[in-house]
Design a protein around this ligand. Structure first.
Ligand code: HEM
Length: 529
């Protein structure tokens, strides 16, 4: 048998290539892993991992081990990115290999595996992501501000009526906006069927917690242990909520059916679901796969958008409570620019920059998602001479990024002034990375920032948040409890809102919140107490 010359060349080239590749692979294997606490044989860092990743521990590790930190648990590599630079270098500049997500069996078991934050990097991810990106571009978000303003006014009215229920008013505000944009439905009262629907989604989302934080995510074999076995408690919750998967189907399908019906009847309000259902009917009628992608996207729109926004607002209110001087400066800015004649709206955004700094500082001081959503690296990678093994779970450690002393002066301090441009201020950069990086960056960030802005700006214009007092008249300063996944300031003491005279409110409950013309009186009354 004779072998042609070109074929021989090909063989030689392939041989040389495989030699080079195997050398590279060997050298990579010899490269050091990123530093981390000492590990045990076989179980790795299991014993050194604290049960909760407190800010103190994470910051101490950052100081001790550097900008990138490595753990391994039973052979699963976990890498923490502690600075914005490292996050940017890997998740943004090398997005092509860092945009996968770890597979989380518990989340799939509960029926949420096909929602965008969980989807592996691939075709389905691209399709789902495109739906969000096309609906939530910065210019398009400018079209949604009327809806945000209406919900802000609703919230103010509710706060005037029942200030003690402020947490629920904030949730209703954040949830009301995403429900309206997602499904084209405006929630008007407590009996609204969409309230039940959203409560169900919240309940399920809470069960899921942070993807990757559940023991079974790291140790799938735990699934086979009895529920009493230490560390296997998830089984109990999983079994107890197996019915959640059935409910989930209803929660996903009901709004789709309603919007489909209203499209046929030509009564549909513009929304994420209506826009995309219409496009589907036009371009791919009867495509069940595409419909399923859309159903999951609509579900996640609410799940990802409501609580993140409401906890961000609560964290900011908490900061205001602790810093009356910041609150006073923000109120003065609004008063100076708006002349105490009306409430702020989006047209004022550029003219009241301190409010913007205050919101950005609130998001930096305690980001709502302090450990983001884990990424997964798809191939072996080398960064600054260290090996990041293929399959590593990569965590954006916003807790450390936001407290980086090289970027922020006195990073633990809540100080909107840090963002004031030089020469008056230090011009420190906004912490935009709290919304993630690269191809997985939060698609709802423009919407979220606008929702938080309108709530905080109108709130500050109309109210003052003050601590309640004990029986001796002393201020009770609440302690914050920032829980892990969605970090929300748990205001342990109730926050004292002024009690207003609701008869001063004009405009009806159902008209979308026309604010009273004499709101000035309301505000003076509420703020000057
Ligand atoms: C202040 C509020 C919010 C915060 C702090 C926040 C934060 C984040 C973060 C950190 C990620 C992960 C990014 C990454 O992996 O690199 C993310 C992803 C995501 N967010 Fe947000 N978010 C907020 C509001 C919203 C809103 C309003 C929506 C929708 C309307 C939304 C939809 C999503 C979705 C669908 C993902 C998954 C993206 C993907 O995996 O490709 N978020 N968000």
């Amino acid at each position: 048998m004779t072998i042609s010359l070109p074929f021989t060349y090909v063989l030689i080239c392939l041989g040389a290539l495989s030699l080079v590749l195997s050398r590279i692979a060997k050298r990579r294997r010899r490269l050091p892993l990123p530093p981390g606490p000492p590990a045990d044989f076989l179980i790795g860092h299991l014993r050194s991992l604290p049960t909760t990743a407190s800010e103190e521990t994470l910051i101490r590790w950052h100081r001790q081990y550097g900008d990138i930190l490595y753990f391994n648990i039973f052979g699963t590599s976990i890498v923490l990115l502690n600075t914005q630079k490292v996050g940017h270098d890997l998740l943004e500049d090398r997005a092509k290999i860092y945009s996968d997500r770890p597979h989380v069996p518990f989340v799939s078991f509960m029926g949420w595996g096909k929602t965008l934050p969980m989807l592996p990097y691939g075709d389905e991810f691209f399709k789902s992501r495109k739906l969000y990106q096309e609906f939530l571009t910065r210019p398009l978000c400018a079209n949604y501000t009327d809806i945000q303003l209406v919900h802000a006014h609703f919230a103010l009215r509710n706060l005037l009526k029942t200030p003690e229920k402020f947490e629920s008013h904030i949730s209703r505000f954040a949830g009301g906006i995403v429900v309206e944009l997602d499904y084209g439905h405006r929630i008007l009262d407590d009996d609204d069927p969409y309230i039940l629907l959203t409560e169900e989604i919240n309940r399920m989302a809470q069960l899921l917690g942070q993807a990757g934080s559940h023991p079974v995510d790291i140790f799938p074999f735990l699934r086979f242990l009895p529920a009493w076995f230490p560390g296997a408690g998830f089984i109990k919750s999983g079994q107890g909520n197996a019915q959640s998967r059935d409910i989930l189907e209803v929660v996903k399908s009901r709004p789709v059916e309603e919007v489909e019906r209203s499209l046929v009847e030509d009564t549909a309000s513009p929304s994420f679901l209506a826009t995309n259902l219409e496009a589907l009917r036009r371009e791919n009628p009867g495509d069940t796969e595409e419909l399923e992608i859309l159903k999951n996207a609509a579900l996640e729109f609410y799940a990802a958008g409501a609580e993140t926004t409401s906890s961000t607002i609560e964290n900011i209110l908490f900061a205001l409570l602790l810093h009356p001087e910041v609150q006073a400066r923000a109120q003065k800015e609004i008063d100076d620019v708006l002349g105490q004649k009306r409430l702020p709206d989006f047209s004022d955004r550029e003219n009241i920059p301190y409010i913007e700094h205050l919101i950005q500082e609130g998001m930096r001081w305690h980001p709502a998602t302090p450990l983001g959503i884990p990424h997964r690296v798809m191939v072996d990678d080398v960064y600054q001479g260290m090996l990041i093994p293929k399959g590593s779970i990569v965590i954006l450690n916003a807790r450390c990024m936001t407290k980086d002393e090289k970027i922020y002066q006195n990073p633990q301090e809540f100080s909107p002034e840090r963002f004031i441009p030089s020469p008056e201020g230090r011009g420190e950069p906004y912490a935009s990375y709290i919304f993630g990086f690269g191809r997985r960056v939060c698609p709802g960030r423009h919407l979220a920032e606008a929702s938080v802005w309108i709530f905080v700006a109108t709130f500050i214009a109309a109210f003052e948040i003050v601590p309640i007092q004990d029986e001796n008249g002393n201020d009770m300063i609440p302690e914050a409890e920032f829980i892990e996944y969605i970090a929300r300031a748990k205001l342990k003491a109730r926050v004292g809102f002024p009690t207003p005279d609701s008869s001063q409110l004009q405009g009806s409950e159902s008209d979308g919140g026309t604010y009273p013309e004499d709101h000035e009186k309301v505000r003076t009354k509420t703020r000057d107490r």
